[in-house]
Each structure stands twice: as C-alpha cells, then as structure tokens.
Ligand binder design. Structure first.
Ligand SMILES: [Ca+2]
Ligand SMILES: [Ca+2]
Length: 168
C-alpha cells in the first residue's frame, strides 16, 4: 500500500569562514578624488586602475577605532616598460617600498597585474583619521598603473563603515 520512498536529503552547509585575526580592506586606486587618469583594464579589480608618473601620488584616508597595528598587505599594479619605484606611507611615516620589473609586450602587460606582497612591517596608528599614501619615487616615461591597495588592520571590530570613516 504505502510505497517506499527514498528520501534524498541535500544538506547545504553554510560555513562561515573567518580567517584568524586578518581584517583586510581593499582600497581601489580608482576611487581617488585626485585628478589622475583612470584607465579601463579588464583584468583589474573593478576593471579600472590609475596611471601614475614620477613624483605623482595617491592618498586615501581611513579611520580606526583605537590604537591599531596596520600594515600594507599588497599593492596590485601593472607595468609595460621600464621599472618604477613606489614608496608607501602611513601619514608621514614610510612603511615600505616596491619596484616594478622592466618588461614589455607592446602595451599588453598593462593588463597583467602583479602583487607587491606585504611591505615592511605593521605600524601602530592612532584612532581616528589616518592616511595611506603611495608615492611614485621614480618611473620611466610611461609610468606605472595601480589597481588597488590591500590594508591589513589588526582590529576585528573595524568594519567597512568605520574604515571608510562613515561612522562618527
Ligand atoms: Ca614603467
Ligand atoms: Ca582597481
């Protein structure tokens, strides 16, 4: 009478993955308010980056809740031509620097993004407003393109709203 049913139960497990202590915020270079050329690049995050020449800089403000160790986790960039040297600062203090490599594929390398990796060591910054600055110390005539900067904040309670200074 009662047919036997085969019950297939699909369990969809939602696993919340929380990496240990790392609280990384991505700053898209193209979010700059500075009057710098924003370039469309299909392989860039947000499909855009910013072209910088020697002695030009990008600066972004961010906020913290209290004294916090903050580091530069990565700078994503592209280069087609001669090498360029960039210095990263938190406020007035240098955190570290990186250099792009000399390479060319007749312009195609502008769409090939490379990681600087972590720069220097974390710096303890004060609560409230801080600034991260990328300065192009030296460059060839064609410059360097910056896609984004990943900032590692040693405070799990800093949210996107706090980091972007949208909370008083
Ligand atoms: Ca260059
Ligand atoms: Ca970008």
């Amino acid at each position: 009478m009662s047919p036997s049913h085969t019950c297939v139960c699909l369990l969809l497990a939602m696993v919340a993955v929380k990496s240990c202590g790392a609280n990384i915020f991505r700053i898209e270079a193209e979010s700059t308010k500075d009057d710098l050329p924003k370039i469309d690049r299909s392989n860039a995050s947000n499909k855009k980056d910013v072209l910088l020449y020697q002695n030009e800089m990008l600066s972004f403000k961010f906020c913290l809740k209290g004294k916090t160790p903050v580091g530069i986790k990565n700078v994503m960039y592209s280069n087609d031509g001669g090498a360029d040297k960039c210095v990263l600062n938190f406020n007035t203090k240098k955190v570290g620097e990186f250099e792009s490599t000399t390479a060319t594929d007749f312009g195609k390398l502008w769409n090939v993004f490379k990681s600087s990796g972590s720069l220097g060591s974390a710096m303890t910054l004060d609560s409230g407003r801080n600034t991260v600055i990328l300065f192009v110390k030296s460059a060839d005539d064609y410059g360097i393109e910056i896609d984004h900067i990943d900032v590692d904040v040693g405070d799990d309670e800093v949210t996107e709203e706090i980091f972007t200074c949208n909370i008083d």
